[in-house]
Structure formats: structure tokens, C-alpha cells
Design a binder for this molecule. Structure first.
Ligand code: FMN
Length: 212
């Protein structure tokens, strides 16, 4: 299917490739992922009760050094597919399994809402413990060339992401936000210590929880 958002994402990935990265595109439109029902089963051992396409996609993300989130604007927000995916990442957020990676966010829209969606997606990256190096949105309106014009900046963003992965720059504002979130999530990790001792130990090793 024709997707402007995928095209924009591919520009960013092409830039990342130029900078030497291997890339892997997960198109949520190809996957069957059902919404979180708040059953809290993942709290027990990190696995979800639903045997759908989420687990394989999550494994691919765990393997990556960088993350590019991209969504069309649907009624001033991310697409339903993206929101379902983000909700299913709740355990990854609580346990900070993707922490330390770098990322960026993209949106395409007909008219408006693009920057807000990029802001939201970068906020989600921070929830995951991922540092956002930037983002961009493209409003297509009736402008057939808007995406073509966005290509150089999108490629630059992909290159910037790879440079960040290599050079590990610090972003103090985001670090503060990530640390504040992590303090909250530490309560969950402590609460679940008895049945997720490995995760608790990992948090102690990371210095996110002071061991007793
Ligand atoms: C369900 C739906 C809701 C949308 N809501 C908005 C909107 O609130 N504002 C807007 O400017 N465009 C909106 N659009 C247009 C899309 O954001 C735009 O066409 C986007 O680039 C589509 O990306 P795609 O080609 O990857 O599917 C909407 C499109 C759909 C299908």
C-alpha cells in the first residue's frame, strides 16, 4: 500500500544507511497486534498473554541501537495502530528494557497536528529511556512535492541518529526527565521483586535502584 509515512521513514533510514548503519523497517500495517487489555500478566514475567505479532517486532527493536518512530496524523494524534503498539510497550517502559538507545520521530499529515505527534512520539521515546535526537513532520496538503522536498532533511536526521549512537552525546533535559520517570518505575520494579528478581538485579546493576 502507498504510505507517505513509510516513504518519509525510508528517507531517514537511507540517511542512517549512508552513515554506516544496518536498518530494519517494521511496518505496523503488515502486522496483527491487538490492544492491551490491562490484564497485567506482563507484570509477572514480561510476556504478554496475546500470541500475536508484537513479540517478534519487540525482539527486533531490542536488537537495534536506534529507534525511529513514525506515524501518520489521525484526528490530531498517532494512528490507532501506533497507539496500540505503544500501549503494548508498557512493560518495556516500566522495566526500561530499551534504555540507552537513541531515537527520533516522524509524522506525516494532511494539514495539521504533525509537530504535536512528533512531540508525543519523542515523549514516548523518553518514557522508554530512549534519547530523542530530533524529529520532523511533513504536511502534504495538496502539495505533491512536499515529501520530495523533505528528503534531504530526513536523510540528515537519519545520519544524525547514527552519529548519536556512535558518539553518545548527552541531552541534560531529557536525562532529567528520563531519571524522573525511572524513579517512578523503580517503585514497580521493587514491588515486583519477588517474581522478577532478575529484573530487580539488573536495575541494581544499572544503578537505578540502590541495592539493600
Ligand atoms: C483516519 C484518518 C484521520 C486523519 N486525521 C487527520 C487530521 O486530524 N489532520 C490532518 O491534517 N490530516 C489527517 N489525516 C490525513 C493523514 O494524516 C495524511 O494523509 C497522512 O500523510 C497519511 O499517511 P500515510 O500515507 O502514511 O497513510 C487523517 C487520515 C486518516 C485516514
Amino acid at each position: 500500500m502507498r504510505s507517505r509515512t513509510r516513504r518519509l521513514a525510508n528517507f531517514v533510514l537511507a540517511g542512517a544507511k549512508d552513515a554506516g548503519a544496518g536498518v530494519d523497517l517494521i511496518d505496523l500495517a503488515d502486522l496483527q497486534i491487538v490492544p492491551c487489555t490491562a490484564c497485567e500478566s506482563c507484570s509477572l514475567d514480561g510476556t504478554c498473554v496475546f500470541a500475536d505479532d508484537f513479540a517478534a517486532a519487540y525482539e527486533r527493536i531490542l536488537d537495534a541501537d536506534g529507534l525511529v518512530l513514525a506515524s501518520p496524523v489521525y484526528i490530531d494524534n498517532v494512528s490507532g495502530q501506533m497507539k496500540v503498539f505503544i500501549d503494548r510497550l508498557a512493560d518495556a517502559i516500566h522495566y526500561q528494557t530499551l534504555a540507552g538507545k537513541y531515537g527520533c520521530s516522524l509524522a506525516t499529515t494532511q494539514v495539521s497536528g504533525g509537530d504535536a505527534v512528533v512531540g508525543y512520539l519523542n515523549h514516548v521515546l523518553n518514557y522508554l529511556g530512549v534519547t530523542a535526537v530530533g524529529g520532523m513532520s511533513v504536511a502534504l496538503d495538496s502539495d505533491q512535492e512536499a515529501l520530495d522536498r523533505a528528503e534531504p532533511a530526513a536523510r540528515d536526521l537519519g545520519r544524525l541518529l547514527v552519529h548519536a549512537i556512535v558518539e553518545q552525546p548527552r541531552y541534560p533535559d531529557q536525562e532529567a526527565e528520563i531519571a524522573e520517570n525511572r524513579e517512578y518505575f523503580a517503585g514497580i520494579v521493587r514491588e515486583n521483586r519477588d517474581w522478577r528478581p532478575d529484573e530487580y538485579e539488573r536495575w541494581v546493576r544499572e544503578g537505578w535502584i540502590r541495592g539493600e
